[in-house]
Design a protein around this ligand. Structure first.
Ligand code: 2AM
Ligand code: CA
Length: 263
């Protein structure tokens, strides 16, 4: 497979779907304000995923799909797409950035193409097996921060699974006192690509789904960063826990998360 050409085609699908989402939101603005947001979001998530799936099917007919809205729930023998049609839905509803389209291609059990298109700022992050990592047409790399004390750290707040709440609060307490600061943007895919381009030095969160992290985690690695789960293993796509960072701070950061959040 020509991974580079495949990645470029996926970027085109993500960009055109992003435009569609933006326009739909604009034309439905009044509806959201008067009738509430749930119906609208369900409709637009599904319509967006349908467009993405139709586009991807033409690119690689034999591939299966793991997609948030379940448009096409079929597994492929060798290739599977992992898709989130809108990551950061709550931001999107409120008219806030960031919110993103996340598309990864998995070959056997390895990601080979990753695209995160952050719609609000029109920023497309992407990489392919054997290539570098990009933001629009510029190559990107992770930061050079040497320690957690020098790091700006992103996380996500628990929203429905509160099982690790106690450890999570302890981790926030620790990082508030021992880093440059904590940020919570509300889109895990965007948090990851912001680590890839050095805006954040690191990111950690639990209870994330494969479609929230598959593309972004790949782009972090391609940009020279490191990714692991909370036990420092590599089950971070399907394992629902992720730590991503530059190389220099990875051991220190994952040790803190491991100590406070594995129990
Ligand atoms: P989603 O927008 O695709 O659902 C932020 O912490 C991450 O958690 C996002 O990637 C977001 O993905 C996911 N998430 C799911 N439900 C959420 C909710 N009710 N509030 C905030 N984030 C949610
Ligand atoms: Ca989503």
């Amino acid at each position: 497979m020509n991974y580079k050409a495949m990645c470029e085609s996926v970027c085109e699908i993500a960009r055109s779907t992003g435009l569609f989402i933006k326009e739909e939101r604009q034309s439905a603005k009044l509806d959201i304000e008067t009738k509430g947001s749930n119906d609208f979001v369900t409709h637009i998530d599904k319509a967006s995923e349908k467009r993405i799936v139709e586009g991807l099917k033409k690119l690689l007919p034999e591939a299966g799909f793991i997609a948030e809205e379940g448009t096409e729930d079929v597994r492929g023998d060798r290739f599977n797409w992992i898709i989130d049609p809108i990551d950061g839905t709550t931001n999107f509803i409120h008219g806030l950035s960031p919110y993103a389209i996340s598309i990864a291609l998995m070959e056997e059990d390895k990601i080979v193409v990753g695209v995160v298109y952050e719609v609000g700022l029109d920023e497309c992050f992407y990489s392919w097996k054997g290539g570098e990592a990009y933001l629009n047409d510029q190559t990107i790399e992770v930061s050079k921060a040497a320690t957690v004390a020098d790091s700006l750290i992103a996380t996500g707040f628990p929203y429905s699974n509160f099982t690790l709440m106690e450890g999570f609060i302890k981790s926030m307490d620790y990082f508030m006192k021992n880093s440059h600061g904590l940020r919570r943007l509300g889109s895990a895919a965007t948090d990851l690509v912001y680590v890839a381009c050095g805006r954040f030095d690191s990111f950690y969160e639990y209870d994330l789904k494969p479609w929230d992290v598959a593309a972004g985690a790949f782009i972090v690695e391609q940009a020279g960063g490191r990714v692991c789960d909370f036990t420092k293993g590599d089950n971070y796509i399907f394992g629902r826990e992720i730590v991503a960072s530059n190389v220099a701070t990875h051991d220190e950061l994952s040790e803190v998360v491991n100590k406070l959040m594995v129990y």
